[in-house]
Design a protein around this ligand. Structure first.
Ligand code: UDP
Ligand code: MG
Length: 290
């Protein structure tokens, strides 16, 4: 049995002025045995979130509250990375600060960790909660392409996770600059256990993930976990080379049969040779990069 003595709760916050104090007040009502610190990451909020955080007094809560504030909005992935980097030899739970992740699940996560042989406890969404059909479609497409390209099935996974000190240190050693927390942690391949929860509806504030952000996260995750897009260049090179070979043969035939326009085959040869050289060189670079 592994006992957690110190636990850090990492909470990313972007424009959560209505939620931040309610979150902490609700946390006070939850029976959490380990020595608890809450690390609030203010991700460049433009509302009153930071003022609310700085108004907190030491005596307000029966746990330690620490905070990091970003100079601007760097995005949730960077906020999580800052939180994990700050953790020193404690277990951590990553949890959204908008109260969509149930705080009441924390004791179960701790129990599951302490009574099993796991490094990560994944709180997995039983259903995706209330979401528009377009948002569901985007998510399904994202997870399907991620699974095809990287082999990781992260469908219904959330960032709500308990990580052992070993998992956090392993994540730190990755030194990955393409931040996609769920994917990076999954890629480590450590023993993990899924427990399930229902996503709560957002009671205040709005989701910060619009289409542009989702597409950008998809690109980051796919380029971080798969070399398949790079390999497409090599494949294109091979296909182009075959075409180039056939067309060159045809151009040669026109020369020998005297049907060629003057200088025309030379232009074709040049284009084909240049094209093949560029794509082959890109293919070689791709092999080194991947
Ligand atoms: N968040 C953040 N930086 C951002 C966007 C979001 O720190 O740029 C925080 C946000 O305050 C919340 C959590 O990340 O605590 C999840 O964000 P959101 O609720 O917008 O995502 P959703 O639940 O819609 O996936
Ligand atoms: Mg949310």
């Amino acid at each position: 049995m592994k006992t957690i003595y110190d636990l850090t709760l990492i909470v990313p916050l972007y424009n959560e002025q209505e939620n931040v104090l309610t979150f902490l007040k609700e946390l006070r009502t939850i029976d959490i045995r380990p020595n608890l610190s809450v690390l609030l990451i203010n991700d460049g909020s433009t509302d009153q979130t930071w003022n609310k955080i700085t108004s907190i007094k030491k005596s307000d809560f029966n746990f330690k509250v620490e905070a990091i504030s970003f100079s601007r909005n760097f995005g949730k992935e960077s906020a999580l990375a800052a939180g994990l980097t700050h953790c020193q030899n404690t277990a951590a739970i990553i949890i959204d600060g908008d109260r969509q992740h149930p705080l009441s699940l924390i004791p179960t996560m701790i129990n599951t960790y302490e009574n099993g042989d796991y490094e990560i406890i994944n709180a997995t969404k039983r259903s995706r909660g209330k979401e528009s059909w377009l948002s569901k479609l985007q998510s399904d497409f994202f997870y399907a392409s991620l699974k095809t390209l990287s082999g990781q099935n992260l469908k219904n996974h959330s960032d709500f996770k308990l990580l052992s000190p070993f998992a956090i240190n392993s994540w730190k050693k990755l030194g990955e600059s393409n931040l996609f927390f769920r994917g990076n942690i999954g890629w480590l391949g450590l023993r993990s256990k899924n427990i399930y929860f229902e996503v709560q509806e957002r009671t205040s504030g709005n989701t910060k993930f619009n289409l542009t952000e989702k597409v950008s996260l998809s690109l980051t995750s796919i380029t971080s976990f798969s070399t398949i897009p790079l390999k497409i260049t090599t494949l294109l090179g091979v296909i182009f080379f075959i075409f180039a070979f056939l067309l060159s043969a045809e151009a040669l035939i026109t020369i020998f049969t005297g049907n060629a326009e003057k200088g025309f085959p030379t232009v074709i040869f040049l284009i084909l040779i240049t094209g093949s050289c560029i794509l082959t060189s890109l293919g070689i670079i791709e092999e080194y990069l991947s």
